[in-house]
Ligand binder design. Structure first.
Ligand code: B12
Length: 293
């Protein structure tokens, strides 16, 4: 128990003062304390709650996590961990392994929570380049080796696609250059393309996303309508690009075309007059954006 003198010497705060400093109403502070153990007050001799000055930092950490769109429970968990060694040292690889476990178990809430943790600890570029894209690549290898079923692979890629679309929200807005993103006819793999779009928008571009299996004949009209600065087409299969080669060549006479993904060969790019994006989505988005500077 604390008397007034001890309270003043340790800088302990009453709930009203804590509320004033953080802008969070006392009722909500008490709820966070009760539900998530976010705060651990001492008691004054008269039974009032007394908070250590560090409580202000913890509440601010909670507010930051809430502002990033996390649930209150997850925000509190991260605010409590902040400053403690485990979060600081948790490398992205550990989180990727956890994500893999959750997805293999079809555990959607856990996978979403791991994703939240990644996004709160690392930049979007890092999450895409060092976690999501290598994870997907590995997923394919594990599927080939028979370590994951088609169902697990579909579950994982669908959940990841949902998260990428979440990060993409609003990417059509702004005043920057415009990219049309699409896969040629028959091509369903669009996760790399989504990653490219997210990073492009982060660099000030606007994205018009047409996605998987887009008919070639619809591209010219869309490009003119949105005033596209580039049309990026991505495919895993070179065959999809080969089948579209004639249309690509025609399109490249009027628009800047870039081909990406494992199916985009240098020979095809030369033959059709397109640019080839040979690197990963994050680096290539960076390169396209740098070209415009
Ligand atoms: C998720 C997935 C799916 C999902 C796709 C969901 C979606 N909306 O994208 C679904 C379930 C639909 C699917 C279907 C199929 N899939 Co699939 N799939 C995958 C998986 C696991 C991940 C693909 C991915 O997003 N990778 C992430 C990319 C970015 O990484 P990456 O491939 O290593 O690419 C590098 C570069 O090429 C480059 N890059 C790639 N894409 C892009 C895009 C841009 C814009 C840029 C700049 C760079 C870039 O960046 C990466 C390095 O950072 C891969 C495994 C793998 N190795 O990738 C198999 C894989 C691509 N699929 C494969 C197959 C065989 C199929 C199916 C034919 C299966 C079937 N029998 O139905 C169908 C075909 C569907 C179709 N018509 O297109 C094979 C392809 C083999 C081949 N070379 O042709 C793979 C490699 C699996 C394997 N190991 O065999 N698939």
């Amino acid at each position: 128990m604390y008397d007034a003198k001890a309270m003043a010497s340790e800088g302990l705060l009453r709930i009203g003062e804590l509320s004033r400093r953080t802008g969070v109403k006392p009722d909500l502070l008490r709820a966070w304390e009760r539900r998530y153990g976010l705060l651990e007050p001492e008691r004054s001799a008269g039974g009032f709650r007394l908070y250590a000055p560090a409580s202000v930092d913890r509440i601010e950490a909670m507010q930051e996590q809430l502002a990033r769109g996390l649930s209150a429970a997850e925000a509190a968990r991260l605010a409590l961990l902040e400053g403690s060694e485990p979060t600081r040292s948790a490398s992205i690889d550990v989180l990727v392994a956890e994500l893999g476990d959750a997805l293999d178990d079809y555990d959607e809430p856990r996978a979403q929570a791991v994703f939240d943790r990644m996004l709160s600890a690392f930049s979007v570029d890092a999450v895409l380049r060092d976690a999501v894209l290598p994870f997907l690549h590995e997923l394919g290898l594990r599927w080939e080796r028979g370590e994951v079923s088609v169902a697990q692979e579909h579950f994982a890629s669908s959940l990841i696609r949902g998260r990428l679309l979440g990060l993409a929200r609003g990417w059509g807005g702004g005043a920057g250059p415009v990219a049309i993103l699409a896969c040629p006819p028959g091509e369903e793999h669009d996760l790399g393309l989504l990653a490219l779009g997210i990073v492009l928008h982060d660099r000030g571009w606007r994205v018009a996303y047409l996605g998987p299996d887009t008919p070639m004949e619809t591209l010219a009209g869309a490009a003119t309508r949105v005033g596209a600065n580039v049309i990026v087409l991505a495919a895993v299969s070179a065959k999809r690009f080969e089948e579209a080669a004639g249309a690509l060549k025609h399109l490249a006479t009027r628009h800047r075309i870039a081909l990406a993904g494992p199916g985009a060969t240098e020979a095809l790019a030369k033959r059709t007059g397109a640019l080839r994006l040979a690197g990963g989505p994050v680096d290539e988005a960076e390169r396209l954006a740098a070209d415009r500077r």
